[in-house]
Design a protein around this ligand. Structure first.
Ligand code: UD1
Length: 337
């Protein structure tokens, strides 16, 4: 089956391309390279042994999208293409609404015109805000978003729920917790632009001497060591969950289907635990200091993954150590770029 992967040159998208190909699907990438690099395609070729077709393209272009769905005989779409920087989303709300929601509407229109029903959407645990308890299940209330980025994910889910109720679509929304790591070959991985705002790319860059000390944002939270708790998931585990979600969607016989799934490890780790684990696997102390809390950070969130296990038959296979080893190998391969 030919599967369109929008944002397929991005961090999670590129790893999902590998997982799809490993599972016998034919991934076809659409990416405008606005937040990714064409070098990813060479990495994919090295891993897979063939060139993955790639259309350099903005998903907001309806006639173009229709043409690709038709020409490539697409049977399902995994939609990653979106802006994802929380801070930037507050500065450029229109760009975020236009890109994240506009491309979603365009794709859905084109899929309906072509009679394609299988759709996998990248959502986020950010929809839970500060949950009342963790592990958090998919039944937990969706809390008002504190960023425009978060809002585009919540609104995306709502749009999909409403469209699936009215139109012949089978939609799976995947709520990612904190994806980290890289392909074990170190041929693909995360390529943050500028100073990373996410924890693990900052840690690996600081360890490589490219950044000054890590600032840990607050150590006075009500957690075991005072730092925030997150559910870190290896990007290859996350990628494999997309294959499981796609298979689930293909198996569903009802034509108006929408459901949400948590994708996490099911375990919570504090920032300090992650730092200590990184120091252990890299063999070096990591320079860090404690700073002020970061505005908008939730205290603790980790996933209840029972539903994903029961219905998708998926669970994580890789440990935090493996994820950090792979992230570190990738950083060492990148050198000082
Ligand atoms: C958040 C969102 C996630 C979204 C992502 C996009 C939540 C729970 N998660 O992830 O859905 O996809 O942003 O970027 O809302 N930290 C430091 N120092 C640093 C960087 C981070 O201490 O330099 C800490 C943070 O305070 C946090 C943890 O590390 O406790 C993870 O931070 P980060 O990697 O940015 O991810 P989230 O903020 O959890």
């Amino acid at each position: 089956m030919n599967i369109l992967v929008t944002g397929g040159a991005g961090f999670i998208g590129s790893h999902t391309v590998v997982a799809l190909a490993n599972a016998g699907f034919n991934p076809i990438i659409v990416d405008d390279f606005s937040n990714s690099e064409p070098t990813v395609l060479a990495g994919l070729k090295n891993i897979l042994g063939y060139e993955v077709p790639c259309h350099i393209f903005d998903c907001n272009n309806y006639p173009g999208m229709l043409q690709i769905l038709r020409d490539e005989k697409i049977s399902g779409v995994i939609h990653f293409a979106a802006f994802k920087a929380v801070g930037e989303s507050m500065q450029e709300p229109l760009a975020y609404y236009r890109n994240n929601l506009g491309s979603l509407l365009t794709l859905l229109d084109a899929m309906l015109a072509e009679g394609i029903s299988n759709f996998i959407f990248s959502s986020s645990c950010t929809v839970y805000g500060e949950p009342d308890t963790s592990p958090v299940t998919e039944k937990a209330p969706v809390k008002p978003a504190t960023s425009v980025y978060g809002q585009t994910k919540q609104m995306g889910e709502e749009i999909l729920r409403n469209v699936a109720a009215a139109k012949p679509l089978k939609i799976v929304a995947l709520r990612y917790f904190n994806p980290i790591g890289a392909h074990p070959s170190a041929l693909i991985g995360e390529l943050p632009r500028g100073v990373p705002s996410n924890l693990v790319p900052f840690v690996t860059q600081a360890a490589a001497g490219l950044r000054d000390a890590l600032t840990i944002f607050g150590d006075d939270y009500p957690t075991s060591d005072g730092t925030c708790v997150r559910d870190y998931i290896h990007v290859m585990d996350l990628a494999e969950a997309h294959v499981a979600a796609l298979r689930h969607s293909i198996k569903i016989v009802e034509s108006n289907f929408f459901d949400t799934f948590n994708l996490g490890s099911g375990k919570g780790n504090t920032v300090l635990e992650l730092v200590r684990t990184f120091e252990k696997i890299s063999g070096h102390p990591l320079p860090y200091h404690i700073g002020a809390r970061r505005k908008g950070d939730v205290i603790a969130v980790w996933a209840d993954v029972q539903k994903s296990y029961d219905l998708l038959g998926w669970h994580t296979k890789r440990s935090l150590e493996e994820a950090l080893e792979d992230a570190w190998r990738w950083q060492q391969r990148l050198g000082d770029r």
